[in-house]
Design a protein around this ligand. Structure first.
Ligand code: ADP
Length: 474
């Protein structure tokens, strides 16, 4: 089976969040099941240098400039890179620069979706043509619409990694993107007077998936659907929640890449990593749990709740190493707190994957107090590294962490702490429980072992995607 995956990010070429981890993991996980997946990605400035060989397709007039598609294989992933310098060769990130979002994002990613349709039509010179297209998030949301509206025989699947990002644009974009005006109504492309590319994907795809079973249920509600709950409900028979996995090639405590290797049965390396992490962040006298946070700094991630709950945690003996970037208000509140608790709280503003791995390797617990969380990857990395997750009970967090209540402790199956009152008091109580459990060494060890030996790879979910692909192709 040939599948074209269409996404704006994928490891190892470009990453701003969990989307990139998942898009890069899927082709490797599905290969074992006979799926030949190619990943279409824009050739951003940081990627263009990797382009070589002859183009598989090219055009002199593609949304206001010339464009070409090249193949590029790396880390076992077959990429198709859309090179359109007038759209993607820019300083800054994939979606924005220091001044904010690029004003032409709707055009950039609409063009990207058209390139996916060109590939789906079989226009590549090497003859590769997908049986199915798998589109991810708003950046690829127009792919199902274009395919359906042109009567293509190639079916599509739309995956929602986060419904908060909806790809909104003014109605004037319809013409520029070659979308028919007759489809601009509330049952199709229109969202309160604007075009929503995510909604387009939800309406026209043959099936919809999201990244955890609980988030699939939550999306049907007003609280979590963010205005798209009606569309989601109308398509609930085609909606599937399939959990993300951990790419165990990249995220593995036994690899010892940049830290001392360890495993569920040989934990000595973790003790060394903890000492090294304390040293790296300049923390001292932490007799309680050493927590870590690796996160976008946003309200979604509950960083404001964390700021309120931390003083009590520090006063109870806990420590924290935090790596993140995002909202400037949250950044400055965190800075103020780190200046107040210099020995307990180490803060790094920025994005650094190697540092994040050292943190998972050396921390005792990872904190993920999200207000909503489609799947979440950092709690999965925490489980894998025996860095026990403290999570709010929402979305994929609720699906992947077994809360240490009396029943789970008695059954010997707990893997972390979940709190359902998602506010600073709820988090503060959860941190109190963390402190308590941390000091019960035999329970802590058992929970670490449970977490580290739980199956977290992609095997189960890859089979679910495969079954869905087969269903859609019937
Ligand atoms: P989201 O995609 O909503 O930001 P996820 O938990 O699904 O959240 O994925 C976030 C991914 O980005 C994880 O792989 C996490 O380790 C990584 N990440 C987030 N912030 C940073 C950072 N500042 N430095 C390094 N990695 C980060």
């Amino acid at each position: 089976m040939k599948v074209l995956s269409v996404a704006s990010e994928s490891v190892p070429l470009i990453k701003t969040g969990g989307l990139a981890d998942v898009v890069g993991a899927l082709p490797r996980a599905l290969e074992a099941h006979g799926v030949e997946m190619r990943v279409l990605l824009p050739a951003y400035q940081s990627i263009r240098g990797k382009i070589s060989g002859n183009a598989l397709w090219q055009s002199d007039s593609f949304f206001g400039g010339s464009a070409a598609i090249y193949s590029h294989k790396t880390d076992g992933i077959e990429f198709l890179l859309l090179d359109a310098p007038h759209l993607f060769d820019r300083d800054g990130g994939p979606y924005n620069n220091a001044k904010g979002d690029y004003p032409d994002n709707a055009l950039r990613f609409g063009a990207f979706c058209q390139a996916a349709v060109i590939v789906a039509d079989g226009a590549l010179s090497d003859g590769w043509k997908p049986d199915l297209v798998h589109a991810h998030d708003w950046q690829a949301g127009l792919v199902p619409a274009y395919l359906k509206l042109k009567g293509s025989q190639v079916p599509s699947i739309m995956t929602v990694h986060n419904i908060a990002f909806q790809g909104l644009a003014g109605p004037e974009m319809l013409r520029k993107l070659g979308l028919p005006k007759r489809e601009f109504h509330s049952d199709a492309l229109e969202y309160w007077g604007q075009l929503s590319t995510l909604k387009a994907g939800l309406v026209y795809a043959n099936a919809i998936t999201t990244v955890s079973p609980t988030y699939a249920d939550e999306l049907k509600t007003q609280q979590f659907g963010m205005g798209l709950e009606g569309v989601i409900r109308s398509r609930s028979s085609d909606l599937y929640g399939i959990l993300n996995g951990v790419d165990e090639g990249d995220w593995n405590p036994e690899s010892g890449e940049g830290f001392s290797a360890y495993s569920a049965t040989k934990m000595a390396g973790k003790t060394k990593n903890r000492a090294a992490l304390l040293e790296e962040f300049g923390l001292r006298n932490i007799e309680g749990p050493l927590a870590i946070v690796v996160s976008r700094l946003s309200d979604q991630k509950g960083m404001d709740l964390l700021i309120d709950a931390l003083p009590r945690f520090f006063e109870q003996g806990g420590g924290l190493c935090l790596l993140g970037s995002g909202d400037v208000g949250i950044e400055s509140n965190l800075k103020a707190l780190s200046q107040r608790y210099t020995q307990q709280f180490g803060l790094r503003i920025g994005y650094d994957e190697n540092l994040s791995k050292r943190m998972f390797a050396g921390g005792d617990a990872v904190l993920v107090p999200s207000r909503f969380e489609p799947c979440g990857l950092t709690q999965l990395y925490g489980l894998k590294f025996g860095t026990l997750p403290v999570v709010s009970s929402t979305g994929g967090l609720a699906d992947t962490v077994i809360h240490a209540n009396a029943v789970a402790i008695a059954a010997g199956v707990a893997t972390g702490i979940c709190f359902s009152r998602i506010d600073s008091l709820g988090l503060s109580d959860a941190l109190g429980q963390l402190n308590h459990i941390y000091r019960d060494k035999s329970l802590w060890k058992l929970m670490q072992k449970n977490a580290m030996t739980q199956g977290l790879g992609w095997e189960v979910s890859a089979k679910k995607y495969l079954a869905l692909y087969e269903e859609v192709l019937k």
